[in-house]
Design a protein around this ligand. Structure first.
Ligand SMILES: NC(=O)c1ccc[n+]([C@@H]2O[C@H](COP(=O)([O-])OP(=O)(O)OC[C@H]3O[C@@H](n4cnc5c(N)ncnc54)[C@H](OP(=O)(O)O)[C@@H]3O)[C@@H](O)[C@H]2O)c1
Length: 250
């Protein structure tokens, strides 16, 4: 007899949108949903998909693409997506400023807009479609939400805010049939973390801090995203799961 969880990771006929799916973690998540049968659309900052050809960490093959600058709430509100049904919304957009630029009001505000305000704007925009599909929202925050990141107060506050937003929307929208959850990656080699991975000394220090002794990959994150969007996680609501090789344990 069929088990209720047979085919749990089959996303055939599902529509997925990954904001920040043009590169890195979001791109890995987008490609994983595509490999499991979903129609997947991604957004990024460049004008067209062709502008990502050859870019490390960007594989747009088989994905729909639209430019969308999430530093503008107006742009998010105005964007007309090329689909009218949405089963899974993944919010993986993010930025960080180095060189103490987050210790200035403009820098702080910019990071909060891209990493936190835009989450709410995207969530609000797609809430009706997610409700209609009894869908799932997945927010990519960070282990930074749970420990200090001395050089990056804005990044830290934005990620802690994302965890709170997931908790609250998880609670508020559960009654609408929408499951809201999050992933808190530890350290993943992407263009955002090149500043560390390209520096052998910094990289060695980072690896020493990870109990599993290796960096995470976009595929590591994608596995958890598939789980959270699937019936395997049918009763998981408002949680942000650290996916960090044990980084937060010591
Ligand atoms: N890498 C890590 O170790 C790590 C750890 C914890 C959490 N995270 C989080 O994971 C998420 C993905 O980051 P990543 O590491 O995969 O870095 P990434 O490769 O730089 O990806 C960031 C994504 O966000 C998009 N983006 C940035 N600013 C945007 C804007 N103003 N409007 C629209 N899209 C914008 C980028 O678009 P373009 O491709 O056009 O640049 C890209 O798709 C972020 O939320 C990040 O904070 C990463």
């Amino acid at each position: 007899m069929a088990h209720p969880l047979d085919q749990a990771l089959d996303f055939t006929d599902r529509q997925v949108l990954v904001v920040g799916g043009s590169s890195g973690i979001g791109n890995g998540i987008a490609q994983a949903f595509r490999a499991r049968g979903a129609a997947v659309h991604v957004c990024g900052t460049r004008p067209s998909a062709a502008d990502y050809e050859g870019a490390a960490g960007s594989d747009l093959a088989g994905l729909g693409y639209s430019p969308l600058d999430v530093s503008s709430t107006t742009a998010i509100e105005a964007w007309q997506p090329p689909f009218s049904r949405l089963d899974v919304l993944v919010l993986s957009q993010g930025m960080v400023l180095y060189g103490r630029r987050e210790y200035s009001n403009p820098g702080f505000a910019q990071v909060l807009q891209v990493n936190l305000n835009s989450l709410m704007a995207c969530a609000l925009k797609f809430q009706p479609m997610l409700q209609a599909a009894a869908g799932s929202l997945i927010v990519i925050s960070s282990t930074a939400a749970f420990q200090s990141t001395r050089g990056n107060p804005a990044y830290n506050a934005s990620k802690a805010g994302a965890v709170g937003l997931v908790r609250t929307l998880g609670d508020a929208w559960a009654r609408d049939g929408i499951r809201v959850n999050g992933i808190a990656p530890g350290f993943v080699a992407t263009k955002m973390t090149e500043v560390t991975t390209a520096n052998p000394e910094r990289l060695a220090g980072t690896l020493r801090a990870i109990p599993m002794g290796r960096l995470g990959t976009p595929v590591d994150m994608a596995g958890v995203a598939l789980f959270l969007a699937s019936p395997l996680a049918a009763y998981v609501c408002g949680q942000t799961l650290p996916v960090d090789g044990g980084l937060l344990l010591p």
